[in-house]
Design a protein around this ligand. Structure first.
Ligand code: NAP
Ligand code: F7E
Length: 331
């Protein structure tokens, strides 16, 4: 019989990659989606008829209990969250409800319905914030710098606590930034590659950015979902840093993306002070030695390949939009 997996946040970047990965492994894949007046299933459109989608919400305890009782998954991946750091200053309470308390709601539902369900929590390098050491590993203390980072620290510790209190097979993946052509356009990498494509094709003139000196450890989302799955296949539950170990500035990302299409980034990028954050995370770099040795996990996509993959995908998409406009104008 096929193993059953339930993914919260299946409509997001990681949800789409994880759903594809689990389907390829022969899983029966269920996804939790929240009700909206307009469906936003673009990222999973190509998988739609192979998935079972259920309405529930991280804010609604009973809906999560009902969902888990109906699906009875073997594995549950909790990817749903308010995941955009700047929004967490504008909506700190809602961010805490989704990103912190939402984790407890899912864990409580597991405890009540079936404590043998294996649980993955999508934790974040934002918990390290103003990091006490570099590179960061599983023992590095947390110093979050945004309401999002604080909420993720809660989610991490409640996951550890339900493992220790109730013996639930609960794992926390401390994931550094991971990107892809499916990344939301508000995040800096996709904002840049979308702008590069639009500028190259004559649809945009300038790109406004904030802090170009911020340093991140950027990997490919497709590699990161494999680490999530590996964590739930071990004999014992544990926590793992997932990272490439390489660090680059936002400026370097710009340089590489613009030069790939033959443009010079300084001709197009403007600094907008409004995009600077009230408290910045200046530099992050992960040490994934534990994931490499225990899980046998390795990233397969380099930074340079990631930038090119994202620019290529955006060029293709903008070109298709232009062709559609021409066709519509000519009909
Ligand atoms: P994403 O693209 O922003 O997706 C977030 C998902 O959460 C969406 O499917 C969203 O649904 C869902 N969601 C939000 N609030 C919800 C609610 N109240 N009830 C039900 N669903 C809700 O995020 P991602 O990049 O895929 O990241 C996946 C997870 O990993 C997140 O928890 C994120 O915080 C964490 N993480 C990400 C990174 C990264 O670099 N990508 C790094 C570390 C940790 P809608 O489509 O309806 O909005
Ligand atoms: O910012 C700087 C910004 O929004 C990266 C989420 O997935 O990864 C992500 O959080 C850096 C920051 O990602 C702009 O100040 C400059 O230093 O792409 P980002 P993030 O905040 O690192 C972690 C691991 C998560 O868990 C989160 O869910 O880029 N930056 N100029 C800018 N950032 C944005 N968004 N837009 C700019 O114009």
């Amino acid at each position: 019989m096929a193993r059953r997996a339930l993914i919260t946040g299946i409509t997001g970047q990681d949800g789409a990659y994880l759903a594809q990965f689990l389907l390829d492994k022969g899983y029966e894949v269920h996804g939790m989606v929240r009700r909206a007046s307009t469906e936003n299933f673009e990222r999973i459109a190509h998988l739609r008829d192979r998935l079972v989608l259920h309405q529930a919400d991280l804010l609604d305890q009973l809906s999560i209990i009902t969902l888990i009782s109906e699906v009875r998954p073997h594995e549950l991946y909790n990817l749903a969250a308010q995941s955009f750091v700047p929004t967490s200053w504008l909506q700190p309470l809602l961010t805490s409800e989704f990103t912190a308390l939402g984790v407890t709601r899912v864990l409580e539902a597991i405890r009540l319905v079936d404590p043998s369900i294996r649980f993955f929590q999508a934790s974040s390098s934002e918990m390290f914030g103003d990091a006490r050491e570099e590179p960061q590993n599983e023992r590095t203390p947390f110093w979050p710098r945004s309401p999002y980072g604080v909420a993720k620290a809660y989610g991490h510790w409640i996951t550890v606590n339900y493992r220790e209190s109730y013996g639930i097979f609960a794992c926390s993946g401390i994931m550094f930034n991971h990107e892809s052509p499916l990344r939301g356009k508000e995040f800096v990498t996709r904002k840049i590659t979308d702008a590069v494509a639009r500028i190259k094709l004559g649809r945009q003139e300038k790109l406004k950015l904030g802090n170009l000196d911020a340093r991140r450890d950027w990997g490919f989302a497709g590699d990161f979902v494999r680490a999530m799955w590996l964590m739930l296949q071990q004999d014992k539950p544990d926590d793992y840093v997932v990272a490439t170990g390489r660090q680059h500035t936002v400026r370097e990302f710009c340089q590489l993306a613009f030069s790939y299409v033959g443009l010079h980034w300084e001709d197009y990028v403007e600094i907008d002070r409004a995009l600077f954050r009230p408290a910045e995370v200046n530099r992050l770099r992960g040490d994934a030695t534990k994931a490499r040795t225990v899980l046998g996990w390795e990233p397969t996509v380099t930074f340079e390949q990631l930038v090119r993959m994202m620019v290529d995908a955006d060029l293709e998409r903008v070109q298709a939009e232009l062709a559609q406009e021409v066709a519509a104008g000519g009909s």
